[in-house]
Write a protein that binds this ligand. Structure first.
Ligand code: UD1
Length: 322
């Protein structure tokens, strides 16, 4: 019987991973979250099957107690968002860097078998070549990117220096159910969903021709679990956890209009500071060493996500015109 700890388990990706872990017979799942960006309602319906520890990863002693007896720790707790980290770098530094250090240190002390760390594609910055491969030199463009890069470097060094089995997965623009659309720092697809359902125009920063490797959350959860089961030889390394495609924001909004049978034009605003222009994962290493096998096309992922938002969002629907 395995005991899993998911830091950030009440967050968007974490709460989807928790559901995926619960499908494993006999799995014991512990959620560590301080509800800074995570939400109790994300884990409400699975609450009876899990243990929840309201712990802030900036507190080492609490983290150490939380990871005690864990076989695998999925370290997803973070303050995300590139623009948030630019506007207010202190909290995200404390959580993403110091918090990650605490988790790695605690897992070493408590002899946790393996830690899966949520890295970020933002670490690459702008590269001359696409898709992006793990060998490329990182060129972070924002505090958030630096923080995630520090986290993955620590994860690698904890493996080489202390023998803690770590795997870093660089997440590429994950989307899906339970992504919070409620803040200006929310992921673009969650914002698009909310706007579409409300029949409002989204604002696209720049010309909308920037590209992202949008990855459906279920594929990311699956990869997290595969990374935990991979042989030890796969540890101490960084892997791209993307889908392998890239789409412009204009294409995403157009696809959503098609799915919904609407024709709502986007508004365009100034470029967003710290933005990477293009992002696409080379998934060769994750496929080869971890068995990564993404199942969801962008369109299929968008359909499922839209269905979830429609059922969950309490947005006032305008009267259908004509
Ligand atoms: C970045 C990382 C991603 C990480 C995420 C965490 C890259 C390539 N990706 O995502 O791996 O998980 O941070 O927060 O660095 N936009 C609009 N209108 C909006 C909102 C956003 O046009 O209302 C645009 C942004 O300017 C950007 C794109 O949509 O060009 C995606 O933005 P967002 O969803 O915030 O994610 P990234 O910053 O790309």
């Amino acid at each position: 019987m395995s005991r899993y700890v998911v830091t950030g388990g009440a967050g968007f990706i974490g709460s989807n991973l928790v559901r995926s872990l619960l499908r494993e017979p006999g799995a014991r799942v512990v959620v560590v979250d301080n509800y800074l960006t995570g939400k109790p309602e994300n884990i409400h319906e699975v609450r009876d099957g899990i243990e929840v520890l309201e712990v802030d990863i900036r507190d080492y002693d609490d983290v150490r107690r939380a990871v005690r007896h864990a076989d695998v720790v999925y370290h997803l707790a973070a303050i995300p968002s590139v623009p948030r980290s630019i506007e207010n770098p202190v909290p995200s530094h404390e959580v993403n860097v110091n918090g990650t250090f605490n988790v790695l240190r605690a897992c070493t002390e408590e002899r946790v078998r393996r830690v899966i760390f949520a890295g970020s594609s933002s670490a690459y910055g702008d590269t001359d070549v696409l898709p992006k491969t793990e060998e490329m030199a990182p060129r972070p463009k924002s505090p958030y990117a630096v923080q995630k890069l520090i986290g993955e470097n620590y994860a690698t060094v904890f493996y080489s220096c202390y023998g803690l089995e770590t795997v870093t997965l660089r997440f590429f623009n994950v989307f899906g159910p339970r992504q919070d659309p409620g803040s200006p720092y929310s992921g673009v697809i969650s914002i698009f969903m909310k706007k579409l359902i409300a029949r409002e125009q989204p604002t696209i920063f720049g010309d909308g021709m920037q590209t992202r490797d949008f990855t459906y959350v279920e594929d990311v959860a699956g990869l997290c679990r595969r990374a935990a089961a991979a042989p030890r030889s796969a540890c101490g390394r960084v892997y791209n956890a993307g889908n392998g495609n890239r789409y412009t924001l204009n294409e995403v909004w157009e696809t959503l209009n098609q799915i919904e049978g609407t024709n709502i034009p986007a508004r365009y605003g100034p470029d967003r500071g710290g933005d990477v222009r293009d992002s696409q994962a080379d998934t060769t290493a994750a496929r080869k060493y971890l068995g990564h096998d993404p199942q969801y096309s962008l369109e299929e992922g968008l359909r499922r996500t839209l269905e979830w938002y429609r059922a969950s969002l309490t947005v006032e629907q305008p009267a259908l015109a004509g």
